[in-house]
Write a protein that binds this ligand. Structure first.
Ligand SMILES: Nc1ncnc2c1ncn2[C@@H]1O[C@H](COP(=O)(O)OP(=O)(O)OP(=O)(O)O)[C@@H](O)[C@H]1O
Ligand SMILES: Nc1ncnc2c1ncn2[C@@H]1O[C@H](COP(=O)(O)OP(=O)(O)OP(=O)(O)O)[C@@H](O)[C@H]1O
Lengths: 217, 217
């Protein structure tokens, strides 16, 4: 398995560190806050109190030997940028850093970050779509071009088979799963009949998906 | 369209407010910080500087007439709980509140929150899965029972058709889309051939999806 170092153990960073560890990876977790480090001790391989912007400390922790570094220092943009730069210079192949805004992201890419994430912004988009219509249970943009949506069967879909509904030609959507009560069928048949209360998980172009969404608002 | 009020305009709250507004809804955004309120003025219907725990102010803003309230006050757990309680008592039908941890979530449900979200935790899980294997581009838990994964075609899949691969019987997965170069085909055929560099978007039981994932680590 791969070796990960996570610097900055806020809500987001600690969730990443704990999940990586539970999947069987080696995880070194670093934070300046002693209390946070203590609370993480049983959920990662090693938890160390240290400053992610202190080059000498990072060298002595052998950061250069890690496959991936995750920098999730939040409100202190300067520390986030400095930690990313130092880790990249120490030779870590893949560094992923959390950004506060577009400007922060631009600086991070310029100094060598391999990937930048905006966790609050992305989750905000997903939750906002969920709230827009009571029929839409979930909405996830997999890429700017295509999205996945969980939608409760529309009135006009009830009692019809997938073949009759011809989701592809009418809406540009592909039904990948149907949830009836608590069962989920991930290989729906053209002859499957949609009933009231069913939930369809569909994939389609972001434009097509948002057209159906707009109709439901 | 529906009327939304968003209280607490941090990174997460402001992302929700802006997305709801861009989808055509009426959005009232509230925060105690005057500067933040100013910066949101053009991205929502109304932005108001106010304290979300002040019942008299919320009454005078007509909060009871909103369909949905979103409470995204972060580190101040007491304010988050008080704002949720007051809004529920004013008669708002659906209140969704962000929680810092499980205990906070428990209190929120007890006092009447309709839904509680953990944006940092959920995104942390998704990003950690992405980091585990270079083949896995994305991993999303749609529910505890089933997940979606974007995976780069495995060596042994190259040159084979979906029919030959029989993803359903061998892995318990359904291929919902295939990405070749920048094109995405959301209605894959059993005779489609998988080539090196293709990305498959698959859906399956969370256990089945993580079995494939573990093999890739
Ligand atoms: N130089 C540093 N080295 C190591 N850890 C740091 C450093 N600076 C800040 N941190 C830690 O980073 C963590 C995250 O920072 P902060 O709380 O500002 O971000 P946040 O974006 O609110 O976090 P989240 O949203 O993930 O909870 C904190 O636990 C903090 O102690
Ligand atoms: N009583 C209140 N009424 C209205 N707004 C409030 C109140 N208390 C705090 N806020 C606002 O809530 C917003 C979010 O709070 P805070 O920054 O603590 O959370 P956060 O979890 O770090 O946010 P995020 O991760 O979304 O950036 C802040 O802009 C703050 O001004």
């Amino acid at each position: 398995n791969r070796h990960f170092v996570v610097i900055g153990l806020g809500r987001f960073g600690s969730s990443i560190a704990k999940t990586l560890y539970s999947l069987g990876n080696e995880v070194l977790a670093i934070d300046t806050d002693e209390e946070i480090v203590q609370s993480m001790a049983d959920s990662v391989t090693h938890a160390v109190q240290a400053d992610g912007t202190d080059e000498a400390t990072l060298k002595s922790l052998g950061i250069r030997n890690f496959d991936v570094a995750v920098v999730t220092i939040g409100s202190d943009v300067q520390s986030s940028v400095m930690a990313t730069l130092i880790i990249k210079e120490l030779g870590v192949k893949y560094v992923i850093t959390k950004a506060q805004n577009e400007l922060h992201a631009k600086i991070l890419y310029k100094i060598g970050a391999d990937r930048v994430v905006f966790p609050e912004r992305d989750m905000g988009v997903r939750v906002a779509h969920n709230l827009c219509s009571s029929n839409i249970l979930d909405y996830i943009e997999l890429s700017p071009d295509y999205s996945i949506m969980e939608i409760t069967a529309l009135k006009e879909w009830e009692g019809k088979s997938l073949r009759e509904l011809s989701m592809r030609s009418r809406y540009g959507l592909n039904v990948m799963a149907i949830k009836k009560n608590n069962d989920i069928n991930i290989s729906p048949n053209a002859d499957d009949i949609i009933e009231a209360g069913d939930t369809l998980v569909v994939i389609g172009g972001t434009k097509e998906v948002s057209m159906i969404e707009k109709e439901q608002m």
